[in-house]
Design a binder for this molecule. Structure first.
Ligand SMILES: *[C@@H]1O[C@H](CO)[C@@H](O)[C@H](O)[C@H]1NC(C)=O
Ligand SMILES: *[C@@H]1O[C@H](CO)[C@@H](O)[C@H](O)[C@H]1NC(C)=O
Ligand SMILES: *[C@@H]1O[C@H](CO)[C@@H](O)[C@H](O)[C@H]1NC(C)=O
Ligand SMILES: *[C@@H]1O[C@H](CO)[C@@H](O)[C@H](O)[C@H]1NC(C)=O
Length: 424
């Protein structure tokens, strides 16, 4: 999920006074904050440097889409959308707890990527009959989303960052109580038919280990991995310090329940399985992507790391087996835009991670928009290998964007090679 910049930036502020105390932490801390989150001394390129033609797509409901997932089988792009103006009020992953300001209109959207209309594509806003919400309000509070293409249906797993209720009175906790206790995030499973006309609510996963969930990587066999982006810390000072203390984790759930399988992460974000069956876990704080082998008992073994000196968001796998991920060239701009989503768009960029035959990784910067001209403050990116199109959405952006490769047979590969890589 894409929340990171916000939470990370607020951590930096909250933590200001604390930093001096942690003299030992200082070197790492400095490197992380100054280089990775603020991008000091980095060249941020204009969008015209890249061989793509990009445009924004707006429409009812098509805003504040934190995450997306492409169903290759049905050629539908699923989006987890909300309300741009509300994200700053309610986003437990970023310690925003103004319950009355939260969106009551979060919706999943199915967009038909082979059916262009005008400047956009045909899409449907999916209603979720049967989903109870909190106290019967049927509300969803969408953050991360991941699907599984099945034979007769598509399973959609979503993170639902909902408010907590007072168990005694049944009413929502106040903003003040939430600031101490935190929200009550769960993972919801929905099933849709191939044309995504009907949505069936299947079940809620609520577990003592589902604490600060950010995103989900289903195994396709009913079990799934997910990241707790702030580990066990739902609120308060420890929540703010969590990216520095690196106590985010990777957890695993199956029919038997959930458990933590790896700790020590600084704001772990949208993890994903690669085509090689390995599990890739990006960090929105440390700029490194950890690679794991999963074990038969659900545990994980750390086997490799890929260093990309940017705060990273949500990984997605394309049909070629490449992984795509948005980065945040400037965290300060991102935070300002979070509080003013209809104002200037912050710079965004996109990286592609290609695993070479020798097992090493090649990282290319594929897009960058230093002036925030056409790309959203991207928290999710999807690459459609059939058309070469790149779709981008952002957790608070009031639009999504699509980039078409400029029509020259070699355009897509030219210019993306070593020069961009040197930027890294
Ligand atoms: C909470 O949200 C409401 C509704 O948007 C808004 O009027 C109020 O100012 C917000 N409160 C705070 C403390 O931001
Ligand atoms: C974000 O990550 C999840 C895996 O956790 C993935 O399924 C989802 O498709 C990703 N988002 C995008 C844009 O691919
Ligand atoms: C949290 O959510 C679960 C599942 O929806 C619910 O059973 C539980 O009562 C909620 N707890 C609080 C404190 O809101
Ligand atoms: C819940 O309500 C009870 C009774 O009004 C109150 O004593 C308690 O402080 C409230 N807050 C929480 C977090 O339970």
């Amino acid at each position: 999920m894409p929340l990171n910049p916000l939470a990370v930036a607020s951590s930096v502020i909250v933590v200001g006074g604390f930093v001096l105390v942690g003299a030992v932490l200082w070197p790492i801390f400095l490197r992380d904050i100054i280089i990775i989150t603020n991008g000091l001394g980095r060249t941020v390129q204009p969008i015209s440097d890249f061989p793509y033609q990009c445009r924004r797509i707006s429409g009812p409901g098509l805003q504040a889409c934190e995450d997306m997932w492409l169903s290759e089988r049905t050629r539908q792009l699923f989006l987890a959308c909300s309300d741009s103006a509300s994200r700053k009020h309610w986003l437990p992953n970023a310690a925003r707890f103004n319950v009355s300001g939260r969106s009551l209109n979060d919706k999943m959207i199915a967009l038909d990527i082979d059916k262009p209309v005008n400047t956009g594509f045909e899409y449907r806003v999916l209603e979720t009959p049967g989903f109870p919400g909190v106290n019967g309000d049927s509300g969803l509070h969408l953050v991360g989303m991941t699907g599984v293409d099945g034979q007769n249906h598509i399973d959609l797993y979503v993170v639902n960052a909902k408010p907590s209720v007072n168990i005694t009175t049944g009413t929502y906790l106040t903003q003040k109580e939430h600031k101490e206790i935190g929200g009550n995030s769960t993972i919801e499973l929905f099933r849709v038919n191939p044309e995504a006309e009907e949505v069936e609510f299947v079940k809620t996963f609520a577990d003592p280990h589902i604490l600060t969930p950010n995103n989900i990587a289903p195994t396709g066999k009913g079990s799934f991995y997910f990241t707790n982006d702030h580990g066990p810390h739902k609120a308060g000072t420890w929540h703010a310090l969590s990216p520095i203390m690196k106590n985010g984790d990777v957890s695993y759930c199956n029919e038997g329940g959930c458990r933590k399988v790896d700790g020590g992460h600084g704001f772990p974000n949208g993890l994903s399985f690669g085509k090689d069956g390995l599990l890739y876990v990006p960090s929105s704080w440390a700029g490194d992507l950890k690679v794991y082998r999963t074990l038969p008992d659900g545990g994980v073994e750390h086997i490799d790391s890929i260093y990309i000196p940017y705060a990273l968001d949500n990984l997605s796998l394309d049909g070629n087996g490449d992984l795509w991920i948005p980065g945040f060239p400037n965290m300060g701009d991102m935070l300002r835009a979070f509080d003013n989503p209809l104002g200037p768009t912050p710079p965004a960029n996109v990286f592609r991670i290609h695993k070479k035959d020798d097992g090493t990784y090649q990282v290319d910067k594929v897009l960058e928009d230093s002036e925030g001209k056409v790309l959203p403050a991207a928290t999710a990116v999807v690459h459609d290998v059939k058309t070469g199109r790149i779709f981008l959405s952002g957790i608070f952006s009031p639009f999504i964007s699509v980039c078409e490769p400029i029509d020259s047979p070699s355009a897509e590969t030219a210019g993306l090679g070593s020069t961009e890589r040197d930027e890294l």
